[in-house]
Ligand binder design. Structure first.
Ligand SMILES: O=C(CO)[C@H](O)[C@H](O)COP(=O)(O)O
Length: 221
C-alpha cells in the first residue's frame, strides 16, 4: 500500500550515521528497513536492534548489522508501526505479535517514531482488538478473568494451533470498545498473574509519520 511505503521510507530520513536503531515489525516499517538496507549498501553505518525474528531475517538479508538489546546501553532511535494511534500518541500495537520485544526496545530508546497510514489514527483507542501476551501455563484462567470483565478474549491462532510469540507465549486478543483510560486498563491487565505484557503503548511515541495519498506528514506532540 502506497501510504505505508511513503510513511516507512520517510522515517529512514531520521536515521543518522553511527546510530543504534531499533527496528520495529510489520508491513509499514518493512519499507523503512528496505530503505535502510539501500542506505547501508551506499555507506551508512548503523547497528540495528531487531524486535522480531521476521525483522531479524529481513534486516540480515539486506546487510544491516544486528546487535541484541543486551549488547547496547541505549538505542538512539526506534522506528516501528502501530495498529492504532490516538491524539496523545498513545497506541495499540501487537497486531503482528511482536509487542513484548517492541515495547522493550521502545523503552530503551531515546526517541521513538511510529509509521502508520491514515487508517490507524483514531480519536480513542479500542476498535482494534488489544493484544494481551500471556504465558501458556494456565492461560485459561487469565482468559476467564478477561471474560468476566466483558472483554470477549480470543486466543490468537495460526494454522489451527495457538499462535506463539518469539518468546513462546500466547496472545489473547481482547475486545474492549473505546478505552477511556489506557493507563488504568494497562495496570489492571498487568495485575493479572500470567499476563506478560499488553499492546497498550502509552507515552512512548515522540513523533508519528502518517502516510497519505502522495506524501507522508510528520506529526509531533
Ligand atoms: O505491533 C506490530 C507488530 O507486533 C506492528 O507494528 C503493527 O501491527 C503494525 O503493523 P503494520 O505496519 O503491518 O500495519
Amino acid at each position: 500500500m502506497i501510504q505505508k511505503k511513503l510513511a516507512g521510507e520517510k522515517a529512514a530520513e531520521f536515521v543518522e550515521d553511527g546510530m543504534i536503531v531499533g527496528l520495529g515489525s510489520g508491513s509499514t516499517v518493512y519499507y523503512t528497513i528496505q530503505k535502510l538496507g539501500e542506505l547501508v549498501k551506499n555507506g551508512l553505518h548503523i547497528k540495528g536492534v531487531s524486535t522480531s525474528s521476521r525483522t531479524s531475517s529481513l534486516a540480515a538479508s539486506l546487510g544491516i548489522q544486528l546487535v541484541s538489546l543486551n549488547e547496547v546501553e541505549k538505542i538512539d532511535l526506534t522506528i516501528d508501526g502501530a495498529d492504532e494511534v490516538d491524539r496523545n500518541f498513545n497506541g495499540i500495537k501487537g497486531g503482528g505479535g511482536a509487542l513484548l520485544f517492541e515495547k522493550m526496545v521502545a523503552k530503551a530508546s531515546a526517541k521513538n517514531i511510529w509509521v502508520v497510514d491514515q487508517s490507524k489514527r483514531v480519536n480513542a483507542l479500542g476498535s482494534f482488538p488489544l493484544p494481551v501476551e500471556v504465558i501458556p501455563f494456565g492461560y485459561t484462567h487469565v482468559n476467564k478473568a478477561l471474560q468476566e470483565r466483558g472483554f470477549k478474549p480470543v486466543l490468537r491462532t495460526e494454522n489451527g494451533e495457538p499462535f506463539q510469540t518469539d518468546s513462546h507465549h500466547y496472545i489473547l486478543d481482547i475486545h474492549t470498545g473505546s478505552i477511556d483510560d489506557p493507563h488504568a486498563l494497562h495496570q489492571w491487565l498487568k495485575s493479572l498473574t500470567g499476563v506478560v505484557e499488553t499492546g497498550l503503548f502509552i507515552d512512548i511515541a515522540d513523533a508519528v509519520i502518517v502516510g497519505e495519498k502522495q506524501t507522508a506528514s510528520i506529526v509531533t506532540k
